[in-house]
Design a protein around this ligand. Sequence first.
Ligand code: EPZ
Length: 423
Amino acid sequence: MAPAMDGIRIRGGKPLTGRVRISGSKNAALPILCATLLSDGQSLIRNVPDLKDIETTAELLETMGRPCDAAPPMVAVHPGAVTPEAPYELVKQMRASVLVLGPLVARYGKARVSLPGGCQIGSRPVDQHLKGLEALGAKLRTEHGYVIAEAPRLRGTEIVFDVPTVTGTENLMMAAALAKGRTTLVNSAREPEVVELARVLNKMGAKVRGAGTPVIEIEGQDELAPFDHAIVADRIEAGTYMVAAAAAGGDVLVEGVPVDDLEALVAKLRASGVGLEADGNGVRVVRGKTLRSVDVTTSPHPGFPTDMQAQFMVLMCLAEGTSRISETVFENRFMHVPELRRMGAEIEVQGHTAFVRHVTRLEGATVMATDLRASASLVIAGLVADGETIVRRVYHLDRGYEHIEDKLGAIGADVTRVHGLAG
Ligand code: EPZ
């Protein structure tokens, strides 16, 4: 019998009002925690979100021999003798564990890391990570599902990515920070999380230039120092609350929004008729009378973030007209569509494009979360829908949204966690 799991019950139809504070960024915190492996000293990371993925990363560092005091928002990573091995049991819980590979090879000259398996949203290979490490001089082989890498000392070189990969860029930036000589990463990812990691590496004494542009240069150092750093706010969590407020209606101040990192989303929200006003270090979201459908194509930063596609699709269900949403980053990121249809949405998928037709209302239903951002879209649909919605398998949600019931409850939503639902 499937194990009992948590769900979230939402009674919809209530406008949202009040203020919600955005937590530190999950996708910035994960590589920064892995960067602690580049130095032997104690590093302190602040404004860390209280999430399952942070717990898993702390467990991974502990397993490798670096004691951690993980009490979000603060995480301290202490010195310790490292066994450069990332076991399958932890990597299977979180693909981003592959981010220890670069730091381990660079700092310890060897690493044995379980290769991440398949993922709901796409095949997600790590060939670019491995290609880059080989270019830096590492000898790689795969054995029993693990990649084994060895390199007495990595050597700086030029690496051209076939695709701009976020964690690929981060892994090789960290590896190059302790390599001999200069490394140039071409066609790099430009995401704000890459820029945030470069900030930390430079705090550690590395010399990273050009993060946020397609070409990043890294002058390798012989040694790096520990750091103390406060993580930037989570742009995807912020975007999710902005879309929730726009969909449910009402007047919400989303506090601590890294607005500059959300230009593409802000432009699409405004084009669809959502009122957005800068207010202190936040954004006030006020839903206009009618929502207009807009077309969206996801792409690497500064394009429209794929991690906001599912949430934005719910908003387009409520917008006059038909919206075309094209997903170009991951090949299988429409898993939320059949669940939204069960709530009365009219969405037709043709290849990588979804055609979202206007409906006057959504109906509450029991739905199944399949991945992190799909689960956020189902929660937003539940906030809008008539009646009760139960979102099952919310462990997906807990990986990326801190205390979501409390935060939504604080702005007037009727959301409760339900324990022990059949899986
Ligand atoms: C990061 O994943 C994020 N995760 C993802 O967020 C996000 O969706 C993604 O970037 C895109 O923005 C973290 O930062 C921990 P990619 P990542 O490598 O680095 C292909 C969330 O919801 N590719 O930039 O794994 C790949 O298949 C998560 O918080 C290769 O072909 O994504 C994809 O099509 C989900 N070979 C494209 O590149 C490689 O070696 C972009 O993937 C690497 C990637």
